[in-house]
Design a binder for this molecule. Structure first.
Ligand SMILES: *[C@@H]1O[C@H](CO)[C@@H](O)[C@H](O)[C@H]1NC(C)=O
Ligand SMILES: *[C@@H]1O[C@H](CO)[C@@H](O)[C@H](O)[C@H]1NC(C)=O
Ligand SMILES: *[C@@H]1O[C@H](CO)[C@@H](O)[C@H](O)[C@H]1NC(C)=O
Ligand SMILES: *[C@@H]1O[C@H](CO)[C@@H](O)[C@H](O)[C@H]1NC(C)=O
Ligand SMILES: *[C@@H]1O[C@H](CO)[C@@H](O)[C@H](O)[C@H]1NC(C)=O
Length: 410
């Protein structure tokens, strides 16, 4: 229960503070229309593209990008340090992270170890902190992912990336500190071999895994956090104790995007590999019926829920709750998204109407960093930075007395 109840606890604190501020919190709004192409107050701006050359040795791949983004990466790593030091003021924890963590975790398989070492050397940020920044996304990523199929069998995939809960609230402009600091770090990546695209991803500079990406013509993949009974904590402890047969979830997604060559192969690996933390994989293919939500615990797949035109199941939606359970009553992004998809209808589904769904509160919320839209068969991949001006859940106007304990940074 630890993972799930921790999420509920955090959301409850946010909700209580919001509810205290306003008697009737504006959790929801009518389904948005005509928000695409993005403009107005919920659109922060475009996301820059960078090429990652897989023909280079892993240590060198991130050099150009990280040189440019080093200042922004230092800002966020310092925020995370401030949070840790606020809880344990002696500075002991960061000392362990800097001095012991790389040794405790040992070598990461594949290119990840060398890539993180390269990033550490370019920025001068200790390797332990770069590793922590990478592990961070294994927890506390709260997202919405959608795959749709239109009447002609054409698939589309969209997602909101929500991140930054509980790491400090900025009372000056009602934003989450880390959510805001992630916006300048958000990048589109074109991973190439032989000067040809292998896959594309939207990510945060300094993170070497993949949570959002597609392989043009073949498949698309997003990862949502799953807070469950045997959470990722156990996996990390096992890893530290030397049992290293499981994969980090952000790393397995990247490996699948980099090296799988079909929807079926990707699905097979994502359902069968041992994982360090529970997760939802939302995987889309290139033809009718190829779209599913894979609900994973660490050892096995619990459920694979697929598109099914015979049963009129023309979309799948995943937030951060098991399909067979009710979402936490204060965080019902799932029914909001489904209601708006129902409203849109299969006849009118398109990248622009999916953007409308992902722009409707509370699917769009204070934690939303970016929205990604993917069309695998047309090779379209678009990411937009988002804002959620007040009134907006997560939370709208937090009174100072409640905000102060959360206001770690500013
Ligand atoms: C809120 O303030 C922070 C810190 O000054 C800034 O970085 C961020 O861009 C602001 N966000 C919005 C939505 O105004
Ligand atoms: C990739 O393109 C660059 C410039 O266009 C060229 O110099 C380089 O040789 C190419 N590399 C490969 C592996 O084809
Ligand atoms: C993909 O496969 C190649 C060749 O086996 C391997 O070197 C590389 O590390 C793999 N990539 C990832 C991200 O696992
Ligand atoms: C769809 O994916 C399959 C592999 O799963 C591939 O063989 C096929 O060429 C792809 N179709 C198109 C139109 O790209
Ligand atoms: C959406 O439509 C489906 C199929 O008609 C229905 O089962 C479901 O309850 C609807 N969901 C919402 C949230 O309106």
């Amino acid at each position: 229960m630890l993972g799930r109840s921790l999420l509920n606890f955090v959301l409850l604190i946010v909700a209580v503070t919001c509810a205290t501020a306003q008697h009737v919190p504006p959790w929801t709004e009518d389904c948005r229309k005509s928000t695409y192409p993005p403009s107005g107050p919920t659109y922060r701006g475009p996301v820059p593209w960078y090429t990652i050359n897989l023909d280079l040795p892993p240590y060198k791949r991130w050099q150009e990008l990280i040189t440019e983004k080093a200042p922004a990466l230092k800002v966020i790593v310092n925020s995370m340090k401030d949070v840790v030091n606020a809880f344990v003021p002696s500075g002991k924890i960061m000392q362990i992270v800097d001095q012991k963590l790389p040794g405790l975790l040992g070598n990461f398989p594949g290119p990840y170890e060398e890539e993180m070492k390269g990033i550490s050397d370019i920025t001068g940020i200790p390797l332990g902190e770069i590793i922590s920044f990478n592990i961070f996304y294994e927890f506390f990523t709260i997202c919405t992912s959608i795959i749709t199929e239109d009447k002609k069998g054409h698939l589309l995939h969209g997602r909101n990336m929500d991140f930054g809960i509980f790491l400090g609230w900025n009372i000056n402009n009602n934003t989450w500190v880390v959510t805001e600091e992630l916006k300048p770090l958000t990048v589109n990546l074109d991973f190439q071999r032989n000067n040809k695209t292998v896959f594309k991803a939207s990510s945060f500079a300094g993170y070497v895994g993949t949570l959002t990406g597609f392989k043009p013509g073949l498949f698309s993949l997003t990862l949502n956090e799953r807070f469950s009974t045997s959470g990722g904590y156990m996996g990390v402890i096992e890893w530290i104790l030397g049992k290293r047969d499981a994969m980090w979830i952000g790393f397995i997604s990247r490996s699948v995007l980099e090296n799988c060559t079909s929807y079926e192969e990707a699905k097979n690996i994502l359902t069968k590999s041992k994982l360090l933390a529970p997760a939802y994989f939302i995987l889309g293919g290139n033809k009718s019926g190829e779209g599913c939500v894979i609900t994973r615990d660490r050892r096995k797949s619990l459920d694979v829920y697929e598109l099914d035109s015979k049963q009129d199941r023309w979309y799948v939606v995943e937030t951060n709750y098991d399909r067979w359970k009710n979402p936490f009553f204060l965080d019902d992004r799932r029914n909001a998204a489904k209601m708006c998809l129902n409203h849109t209808t299969q006849e009118k589904i398109s990248l622009s109407t999916i953007y409308d769904v992902l722009s409707t509160k509370p699917v769009l919320n204070k934690l939303t960093v970016f929205t990604t839209l993917m069309d695998v068969t047309k090779g379209q991949f678009e990411t937009y930075l988002r804002d959620c001006p007040d009134p907006c859940i997560g939370c709208a106007t937090m009174p100072n007395k409640w905000a102060r304990p959360l206001q770690i940074m500013k």
